[in-house]
Design a protein around this ligand. Structure first.
Ligand code: URP
Ligand code: ZN
Ligand code: ZN
Length: 460
């Protein structure tokens, strides 16, 4: 089976060129002008389209037992949604509860994906406690092909680790060359402020932001940076939302701390007024860290443009508005946190970023694909277009015009945070290792074909 994509404008993180791409089996074998297809090849005319490397979402939750419920997607629904939206690789957070065994949890998370996913996938291994058994199991999990950990400085009593565990996790990561991704919010401040707000009758979704204002996140970043500095570990701040937190990370980077920064599409296009919508509508927009004051959006866009922020993810965490968000109708601390965005990330980033002139096409590819591949041990198999790379390709039609709606989305959740929003451009064809998996918003791929991506640590 071979595939020839003709006449598209190939865009990588560093180049733009019009050429043909020939894929044999699962990989790209040749790039050049006027390539001839063998008689049995599938030929795709990409004239007038961009051809991007398959996009990587480096922070998703698909199987997530959280806040007394479970996130709604499965690998069947999430991988379909990812693919129609141009995302061909998922990096999911494996999130054991503190009481759970790390290795058994890793196997549980793997079992959700293997034989079910239509796109390729790997995991950041959540370290939600640290003891001798966990340490041994983490070493084994790394041997099995995981090269990144995830830690939470928030979610007291659920996923959060204490400072001794933080120190030991970072030391182990440094020894193993593993990069540590971290949710940075000071959990004591969140807990105390939440108690105070609830005690004064402030229970609505808008209070979520008051319980964890920007300084709470900045303090979390500052804390992680101190520990990273003293252990020498390589860190990656997930879902950074605001200027205050960014300043802390940049200050640390300037003194030599090894840190990369992820923001989310939600923080780039939504602001805290959405979480203030009346009649509990704001619950659709509750996530952590919270949506921020709109002034932060230009800070984040400029940070991406100037290379201060490295990636744009979704932190996809789908909870239904009708049945799950109301768990917190009388207490904002019980609203399941998350704004589902997996399917819309690329279309929104292109529409609001590239079309609006905030970022150029090469930066778009870098922040949505290449940089994640480099940081998380997937490059050059993923994240670029070159001979030998997996044939994960997005033929993107910049002339498409449409709107986002929950009625047409493939994500298994009953609302869209972007209902009715216009999009300019969308994936026309999406391939996974040489096979067409999505076409014009429809999934046409193969469930179960997605592979676990084994990775080797490199952050020594
Ligand atoms: O609100 C969020 N972010 N939900 C998912 C869990 C997490 O913190 O990543
Ligand atoms: Zn988080
Ligand atoms: Zn997350």
């Amino acid at each position: 089976m071979s595939l020839l994509i003709k006449n598209g404008e190939i865009v990588t993180a560093s180049e733009r060129t019009i050429a043909d791409i020939f894929c044999e089996g699962e990989a790209i074998s040749m790039i050049g002008r006027d390539l001839k297809a063998p008689p049995d090849a599938e030929v795709i005319d990409a004239t007038g389209c961009y051809v991007f490397p398959g996009f990587i979402d480096p922070h998703v939750h698909i199987y997530l037992p959280f806040m007394g419920t479970y996130s709604k997607d499965t690998y069947e629904t999430a991988s379909k949604a990812a693919l129609v939206g141009g995302t061909t690789t998922l990096i999911e957070m494996c999130c054991p509860a503190r009481k759970d065994d790390a290795l058994a949890s890793f196997e549980l998370w793997m079992a959700q994906a293997v034989g079910k996913s239509a796109c390729d996938f790997t995991f950041h291994m959540g370290v939600t406690k640290f003891d001798a058994t966990t340490e041994e199991q983490l070493r084994e999990i790394v041997r099995r092909g995981i090269s990144s950990f995830k830690i939470f400085l928030a979610y007291k009593g659920a996923f959060g680790i204490d400072d001794t565990e933080l120190y030991q996790t970072l030391k182990l990561a440094k020894e193993l060359g593993v990069i540590v991704t971290a949710h940075c919010e000071n959990e004591t401040l969140v807990a105390e402020r939440s108690k105070e707000l609830l005690a004064t009758g402030k229970t609505d979704p808008a209070q979520h932001h008051e319980s964890r204002p920007p300084r709470v996140e900045a303090e979390g970043v500052h804390h992680l940076m101190t520990f990273a500095e003293l252990t020498g570990a390589t860190t990656y701040i997930v879902h950074l939302s605001c200027q205050e937190a960014l300043m802390e990370a940049i200050a640390a980077r300037q003194r030599g701390v090894r840190v990369s920064i992820e923001t989310l599409i939600q923080y780039l296009v939504l602001d805290k007024t959405y979480a203030e919508l009346p009649n509990f509508e704001g619950a659709k927009y509750v996530m952590s860290p919270p949506l921020r004051d709109a002034r932060n959006q230009s800070v984040l866009w400029n940070g991406l443009r100037d290379g201060l922020i490295q990636t744009v993810a979704t932190d996809h965490a789908p909870f239904d508005f009708e049945k799950q968000k109301p768990m917190g109708r009388d207490d904002f601390t019980k609203i399941p946190n998350g704004i589902p965005s997996l399917e819309a990330r690329i279309n929104l980033l292109y529409t609001r970023g590239v079309k609006s002139g905030r970022i150029d096409l090469n930066t778009f590819v870098d922040i949505a694909s290449t940089r994640a591949a480099r940081l998380f041990g997937l490059f050059p198999r993923k994240g670029t277009i070159q001979p030998g790379a997996d044939a994960d390709l997005v033929v993107f039609d910049p002339n498409y015009r449409g709107t986002i709606s929950a009625t047409t989305q493939l994500m298994n959740v009953d609302y869209s945070a972007f209902e009715g929003w216009p999009i300019e451009g969308r994936p026309h064809i999406v391939t996974v290792r040489g096979e067409v998996a999505a076409r014009d918003g429809k999934f046409v791929g193969t469930l179960g074909r997605g592979r676990f991506l084994q990775r080797t640590p490199s952050h020594f």
